[in-house]
Structures are given as C-alpha cells and as structure tokens.
Design a protein around this ligand. Structure first.
Ligand code: PAP
Length: 322
C-alpha cells in the first residue's frame, strides 16, 4: 500500500520541524507498515507521535472528562458504546434515534492522539458537552501528564494478549487488503516493538494506576465483560458516577443496554456497515467474532507457549493474572 493510501496517523507527512528534530534522537524500528519511534517507552508511528506531542502540549482537562483507554483490539469499540449508552439513558430522550444508530462508537468517542490532536495542539472541542468522553491507546504515564491534579476518570479495557494478536491480524488483513504474515506480527508483538507496544507495558501502566488510585482508574477485562456483562456494566456505571437505580435494575434496563451494545446488534446497524472513520477505515472492520479464545484457531501451540511465557514473566509480581 502506498504511503498516501494509509490512514493519516500511520503516515509520516504531518510532522512539525520540532518533531522531526525530536524523532531524529529517538530509538527507531520498523514494521510492515512503516517506521516506529520509541517515545517515553512506547512505540508510535510518526504521525501518531505528532498527535501524542500535540496532546501533551495542548490538552486542558475539564473536571468531568472521561478517558477510555486500551491497547488496540482489546475491546475499545465495545467500551465506547457502553459508555455512550450509559450517559444517553440519562437523557431520557425517546423522540429521536439512539446516537449509536446514527454514528459509530469511534465517531462518538474520538481518539485523542490519532484523531483530535493529530494535526493541532489546539483542536476545537466545543462540540463536546459535559461529560466529554475521549479515548486513547497511550500508556498511562503519557496520558496522565496533562491530567495532573485533574479529577477526570480513566477506564481501561484489557484483553488476553493472544486474542489481541489474532484480532489485530484480522484487522490488518482487512485494512491492507492482503494476507498479512502472522509470523512477523507475532514476532513484533513478542519483541514489544509495535504500534503502542510493548503491550505488557501498556497494560501494566493502567493496572498499577488502578491499584494506586481506584477512584481514578477503573481496570476492566474483555473476558469478564463477555462472561458477566450485566455485572461489568453496573461496575462501569458506578465508577462513572451514573449507577443504575433500583428501578432500572428491576425493569430490565441493564439487559437492554447490554443488548444495545452487543456485537450482534452494533454490527447489524446500517451506520456500521456503510460508514467510515474520518481517515477512511470502514466501521465494519471493528466488528468481527468477538470471541474469547479465538487464538486457538490461528496460533500454533509453540506460539501460544511463547506468548504465555513472556506474559507470565512480565506480569510476575504485579498481581495481574490471566
Ligand atoms: P480498536 O482498538 O482498533 O478500536 P477494538 O474495538 O478494541 O479495536 O477491537 C476489536 C475487537 O473487539 C474485535 O475482536 P475480534 O477480532 O476478536 O472479533 C471485535 O469483534 C470486538 N468487538 C467489537 N465490538 C464488540 C462488542 N460490541 N462486543 C464484543 N466484542 C466487540
């Protein structure tokens, strides 16, 4: 795929002179898409790094801001849908279509570094009403810098690394319109050199943050959201300060919200079949199987073992278990 055909955040043509100088001093690596630079322990494609720097420079938090964080392919779209639905229900507006019918969760909750701050450190955020909900794949220490002393809340969703790899592989194949080599994606994940990697650093930053300040950082797991969606949605609602009332718990509101945000329901909506992100990624590519353990269909036992060993070693002593 030619450079110009890639989504903007993956390209290298949006860099300020300051950023060009900075990246010349950063560790450099490559993957199938292009150059990756290591900034504060995390690997970024060049334009994404520009977005990170713009965000660090210009983001002014509001007290009620909510930031949804994840490593790519860990349940970002789902978490966005659930959060939007939780706040929408408070509006009690049944006169028009639900916002999830008219826009994709990524359109409703844009990424800070890959969308809003991609081109500017002072984007126009006036269309966002309180609570403003944003998203990110940055690790917690980078996200937290502009949030120092701000009470805004962060929700992180984490997923089994092997399923993340398989999901990423499918997404890349759809995106690049060719069969991506699984072996090289696997090697890049294991080495930690990949967009927003290493995955274990990303996960551990939020895991530790949630232990240090559980009122500020909520740590969720994709697998638990699958196995006990109602309990996890109630947990999310409480953390965000919009718990379900007793009446709602009894009248089936939790079930309805879970169903509204289910993969089956979202992926059948017209908007998610015909729409695209601002940088031309079809919304449909964010919905696939949504299964726990799909890695069994794609990875060899040797690959599984290697990932298990790495993750066990990296998470050792952190209290985080899979
Ligand atoms: P992103 O980080 O690029 O935004 P993200 O939404 O985290 O992607 O990951 C996509 C995965 O979430 C896909 O998993 P799969 O490839 O294993 O199938 C996708 O199917 C799954 N997903 C998307 N929406 C939902 C949902 N509503 N419920 C459960 N899983 C979902």
């Amino acid at each position: 795929m030619k450079e110009k055909e890639l989504p903007l955040h993956l390209r290298e043509d949006n860099l300020s002179e300051e950023t060009k100088t900075l990246i010349s001093s950063l560790p450099l690596s490559k993957d199938v898409i292009g150059n990756l630079y290591n900034y504060k322990g995390c690997w970024y494609y060049p334009n994404t790094l520009q977005g990170v720097l713009n965000f660090e420079k210009g983001f002014k938090p509001q007290e009620t801001d909510i930031i949804l964080a994840s490593f790519p392919k860990s349940g970002t779209t789902w978490l966005k849908a659930l959060t939007i639905a939780l706040f929408e229900r408070l509006k009690n507006d049944t006169s028009s279509d639900h916002v999830l019918q008219t826009d994709n969760p990524h359109g409703l909750v844009p990424f800070l570094e890959m969308s809003l701050y991609l081109k500017s450190s002072t984007p126009d955020l006036s269309k966002f009403s309180s609570p403003r909900v944003f998203s990110t794949h940055m690790p917690l220490h980078t996200l937290q810098l502009p949030l120092t002393d701000s009470p805004c809340k962060i929700v992180y969703v984490c997923r089994n690394v092997k399923d993340v790899l398989v999901s990423l592989w499918h997404f890349r194949c759809a995106h690049l319109k060719k069969e991506v080599d699984m072996e090289s994606l696997f090697e890049s994940l294991c080495s930690g050199v990949g967009s927003f990697g290493p995955i274990w650093e990303n996960v551990l930053s939020y895991w530790r943050g949630s232990l240090e300040d559980p009122k500020k950082v909520l740590f969720m797991r994709y697998e638990e959201m699958k196995s006990e969606p109602n309990a996890q949605v109630k947990r999310l609602a409480e953390f965000l300060g919009c718990p379900f009332t007793e009446e709602e718990k009894e009248d089936g509101s939790v079930d309805k919200l879970v169903e509204l945000c289910s993969l089956r329901n979202l992926s059948s909506m017209e908007i998610n079949n015909s729409g695209k992100t601002f940088n031309s990624v079809p919304y449909s590519t964010f919905f696939r199987k949504g299964e726990v353990g799909d890695f069994k269909n794609h990875l060899t036992p040797e690959m599984e073992n290697k990932i298990d060993m790495i993750i066990q070693e990296k998470y050792n002593g952190s209290g985080l278990k899979f």
